[in-house]
Structure formats: C-alpha cells, structure tokens
Design a protein around this ligand. Structure first.
Ligand SMILES: NC(=O)c1ccc[n+]([C@@H]2O[C@H](COP(=O)([O-])OP(=O)(O)OC[C@H]3O[C@@H](n4cnc5c(N)ncnc54)[C@H](O)[C@@H]3O)[C@@H](O)[C@H]2O)c1
Length: 331
C-alpha cells in the first residue's frame, strides 16, 4: 500500500528534472498522475509533446496510472484544461504540484522586457492560474476532504539575491507569498498549501553551475556510479513533495528547503531591529543618524557565504567569476 494510494495528482513541468521524479515517485506511491509538460527548452521556447507522453508511458509500463497533458501553465484556458483532464480521466483532483520552470539569465542592464515577462509568466502566473482553477473545482465539490497544493520556490529570491536572475528571484519570492496567502484562503475547503525549495538538484536548470555535472539531455540520470547515494538527485525533492501531498499531513502554509536529505523550514521575511521617534516625523538628518546604529545585512556577502562555502573555495571563486562575467556582458 502506497502513501498516496488513490490520490489524483496534477504535476506541472513533469516531463523532466524534479517534476519527472515527482511524477514517477507519486505514481510509485499509488497516485494517479496528470503529467503536464509542453516539452519546451530551458528558455521556454519550442515544444515537444513526446516529453510528457514518455513519462506517462513510463508510469503505465510500471503498472501505474498516468495521463499526459501538454498544456502551457501560462495559458489561462490551458490551466483550466489541466484540472479538467484530471477530473475527466480520474474522477477528481486531490493534489496540485506547481513545478514548471524556465530561466532567462541576464543582468538587469541587459534584460529585455520579454525575458522578464516570460519568466514571471511561467513561475508566478502559472502557479496562480493552475491553483486558481483547482481551487474552483475544490470549492464546487462542497466538502473539506484533505487536498494539497505543493508550490516550488528557490533559494533565489528567498535566501539569495538572485544575481543576474532578478526575474526568476522575483517570481520565486512571489510564489512564496502566494503560498501563505493561498494556505489561509483555501483552508476552508480542506486544502493545504505549502512549497518546496529545492537546492542543487542535478537537472538541466543547474547545468553549468559550479559543482554540478551531468549530460545536458538527461542530467538527472548521471548520478554517482553503482547506485551510490547521490545528494544531488532531483528525486530527493520528490519525496518531500510526496510527504506534503499525503492525506492527513499536518503541514500548512510552510516553505520547506530541501538540500540532499536535509529539510529546513524557511522563516521568510521577519522584522529586525527598528528605530522610532515619539510624536513627530523624522527629519532626514535625524533618521540618517538613527539608522546608522541599526545593523544591516549584506546580500552578496550572505550569498557567497551560503553558496560558496558549501561548494568549496575553488568553486566559490568560479561562481564569483561567472557572476562578474555576466554583469560585465556588454549586450
Ligand atoms: N534544480 C534545482 O536545483 C532547483 C533549485 C531551485 C529551484 N528549482 C525549481 O524546481 C522546479 C523544477 O526545476 P528543474 O530543475 O527540474 O527544471 P527542468 O528544466 O529540468 O524542468 C522544468 C520543466 O518545466 C517544463 N515547463 C517549462 N515551461 C512550462 C510551461 N509553460 N508549462 C508547463 N511546463 C513547463 C519544462 O518543459 C521542463 O520539462 C522549478 O520550479 C525550479 O525553479 C530547481
């Protein structure tokens, strides 16, 4: 008996990387899966219907239940159709995993309007659109059976400044905000809303990041030899997403960072120290003086300490050199 027996799960971006592992793992735990993926490039161009179909076929070949969906999460009607596909094929919908992703890395001075809009559309609007149509379905059911939404965020935008990927970081911070808003709004329908924040999972999105490796076509297949434990395996995130999707899971409104087998509750923005003046507005000079005494964080120093530290000195320097090169790119 699986932990997700009979659950119907819609997983976006399930054709590759972490989403594919989620689809396979959910199915192995007994879920019926809508494998959504239009099969686009890492930048979100093109399309290949075979990508979602292959994962759905892999699940069925292993004795599970799955159907492919090639709709685009940025398409309002497409998002509605995904929910409809789950209901028409499997009779209901219990779980939504918002995982679809693209990236368009560029320093702010070089980033085009399209590069900004495209990333916001897939991550932020896509999460909103799919969850919104699922929420409509759940409200119309008129009961409060346990259902779950699992969003996907990133250290970029939450713990790291997202250098040369302000579009991605902003989208991910926005999804963290949607997670808490939706958790409160949907509790009345029995729906729990949480997020996973994967880190250093070997997929095509992390290809080229110092310390990561793997062939670009199927990077998730290139773990250590002989089945040794692989801390960069994208399947590790799938296990945490599955936990959040199980009926009766007590977690709601949380963001869980996943790194290898380490799972950390993220605390989000929190109030630090403050200055107050009684009964009158600050003058600019007064505020400047008072603020000088307040501790301030340095986002770059924190990012280097966090990422560089865990990669080792050699990779930290490579990372900084890569960021420098992107910031200096004259395009
Ligand atoms: N790999 C990591 O270490 C890492 C770190 C932090 C966050 N993440 C997040 O994890 C999630 C999965 O990333 P991944 O590394 O597996 O990436 P990936 O590129 O391997 O997979 C993403 C999938 O999303 C699909 N997709 C793209 N646009 C879509 C759209 N409009 N509609 C539906 N599907 C679409 C792609 O076709 C692709 O198959 C993303 O949300 C990503 O931001 C990953």
């Amino acid at each position: 008996m699986g932990t997700l027996d009979g659950r119907v799960a819609l997983i976006t971006g399930a054709g590759r990387g972490i989403g594919r592992q989620e689809a396979l793992f959910f199915a192995s735990e007994g879920a019926k899966v809508v494998v959504n993926d239009p099969g686009v490039t890492p930048e979100g161009t093109g399309g290949d219907a075979g990508v979602a179909r292959a994962v759905a076929a892999e699940i069925r070949d292993a004795g599970g239940q799955a159907v492919a969906s090639t709709d685009d999460v940025t398409d309002w009607d497409g998002a509605r159709r995904m929910v409809q596909t789950a209901v028409e094929t499997f009779g209901d919908l219990d779980v939504v995993v918002n995982n679809a992703a693209i990236h368009r890395r560029r320093a702010l001075v070089n980033m085009t309007e399209d590069e900004f809009d495209a990333v916001l559309a897939v991550h932020l609007k896509g999460t909103f659109a799919v969850t919104r149509w699922a929420a409509r379905h759940w409200r119309d059911q008129g009961d409060t059976r346990d259902r779950a939404v699992v969003n996907t965020v990133s250290a970029s935008g939450l713990l790291l400044p997202g250098i040369t990927q302000g579009n991605y970081a902003a989208a991910k911070a926005g999804i963290a905000a949607l997670t808490t808003a939706h958790a409160v709004e949907l509790a009345r329908y029995g729906v729990r809303v949480n997020a996973v924040s994967p880190s250093m999972a070997r997929t095509r999105l992390t290809e080229g990041v110092p310390g990561m490796s793997g062939p670009p076509d199927v990077p998730e297949m290139s773990g250590p030899p002989d089945g040794a434990f692989d801390p960069l395996d994208p399947a590790l995130t799938a296990h945490v997403a599955a936990y959040l999707a199980t009926p009766g899971c007590p977690v709601n409104g949380q963001v869980l960072a996943v790194r290898g087998t380490s799972v950390t509750v993220l605390n989000g923005w929190s109030a630090g120290e403050s200055v107050t003046k009684d009964g009158a507005p600050w003058t600019v000079a007064e505020l400047g003086e008072a603020m000088a005494a307040l501790p301030r964080r340095d986002p770059l120093a924190e990012a280097v300490a966090m990422v560089g530290g865990s990669l080792g000195d050699g990779n930290r320097d490579k990372l900084l050199a890569m960021v420098d090169a992107m910031l200096a790119d004259p395009r």
